[in-house]
Design a binder for this molecule. Structure first.
Ligand code: 13P
Ligand code: SF4
Length: 367
């Protein structure tokens, strides 16, 4: 979405939503949820603010939310509280008569924006020339529908942070090499965990169109797209070293979007659901430092007073795009549905959807 589109989207929230108190907005949202009943479904990602998550009919990580949306056939309106690629995935996985909405169109994902389809087609041509027909593309679900369609078209699959290892394992049964889009860190962490040495991994730079690789071509097993999450890159080796010095008994758990060095120095790593499960299963009094988005860390702190939880980076900010979804935008979206003047519908065109679904199905059909 261009800057002009963003500005336009911002201008669209009617002024009156800025004047309501939180209580007024909450009462109106409760009333609309009651009125629409099962015609309305609100999935909420774990990174959403509490003011929004309180209205979610289901919460989850990216994989769970994709599965939940795919299984829901009764809701006419799916108001996705998350980011743009998640709403696109929900649209692709639901029926043509179900409408998916994103309460604020500015809720994108900076990582997903790091791979556009033109860069990807260019990279593919170059890599095919260099390595021949030996590569299968995989894309993290944090990618646009066009990238998912590209991957589907070339026999590949989507992955999430919950199932990346399973899908990468499967991909190596299909081809000698994988191209992993767009998160180099999830790709590197996953492949390394499966035994691929770091010096068998190359990095494709989409800005310079250069493959950054010192090894022999024949050894190259993984080509990582040079993308990253601008939130998780803020967890650093220095954060871990400081903590290990001051509190050696504090367990460090991070999301695999963190750099390889950070994941290696941590005690554990996994998806948002995995992190929640580890905290819930731990003995009371366990000390944790968590390396993921702040809304989730703060919620875990609130929900688990029996544990001692801090953020791995004490100066961490929330994911700004996830935070775009707030009470005014949620209420505006819901009122527009009730009034029949729907806003912010996410609709992936049929051709893109048909190819993207092949990539998503290859993921969802794996155990
Ligand atoms: P999860 O699938 O682990 O919820 O991660 C989604 C995401 O965007 C993390 O930054
Ligand atoms: Fe995207 Fe990172 Fe935000 Fe997740 S935390 S939605 S990867 S920018």
């Amino acid at each position: 979405m261009s800057i002009m589109d963003l500005v336009k989207a911002d201008a669209m929230l009617p002024e009156r939503y800025k004047a309501y108190s939180d209580q007024e907005m909450e009462e109106k949202i409760h009333a609309i949820k009651k009125e629409l009943g099962t015609k309305l479904f609100i999935p909420g990602h774990h990174y959403q603010k509490n003011e929004v998550i309180q209205f979610a009919d289901a919460t989850g990580d990216s994989l769970q939310l994709a599965q939940i949306c795919a299984a829901n056939e009764q809701a006419e309106h799916i108001v996705f509280c998350g980011v743009h690629f998640m709403a696109e995935t929900a649209d692709i996985l639901t029926t043509a008569s179900q409408k998916v909405y994103l309460p604020d169109m500015r809720a994108g994902c900076s990582m997903a924006d790091m791979a556009d389809i033109f860069q990807t087609e260019r990279a593919w041509m170059d890599l095919q020339e260099r390595f021949g027909d030996t590569i299968i593309p995989l894309t993290y679900v944090n990618s646009t529908a066009a990238i998912k369609a590209f991957v589907g078209r070339h026999g590949g699959a989507t992955v999430t942070s919950s199932n990346a290892a399973e899908i990468v394992k499967w991909a190596f049964t299909q081809k000698k090499r994988i191209l992993f889009l767009p998160d180099q860190h999830l790709g590197r962490n996953t492949a390394y965990g499966l035994g691929v040495p770091l010096d068998h991994m190359a990095v494709w730079n989409p800005i310079t169109d250069v493959l950054e690789y010192d090894g022999k071509d024949d050894d190259c097993q993984v080509i990582l797209w040079k993308g990253h999450c601008s939130v998780h890159e803020n967890f650093t080796v220095a954060n871990i070293q400081n903590l290990r010095k001051s509190e050696p008994d504090r367990k460090i758990i991070v999301h695999p979007e963190c750099s390889h060095e950070v994941v290696m120095l941590s005690d554990d790593a996994g998806s948002t659901k995995y992190i929640i499960d580890q905290i819930e299963a731990a003995a009371p009094g366990t000390k944790w430092a968590i390396g993921t988005e702040m809304n989730l860390v703060n919620r875990l702190i609130e929900n688990h007073p029996e544990q001692d939880i801090i953020s791995l980076n004490p100066l961490m900010c929330p994911c700004l795009t996830m935070n775009r979804i707030d009470l005014p935008h949620l209420l505006w979206c819901l009122e527009s549905i009730v009034e029949g003047a729907e806003q912010n519908i996410i609709k992936v065109d049929d051709a893109t959807s048909a190819e993207a679904i092949a990539a998503l199905d290859r993921m969802l059909q794996r155990p």
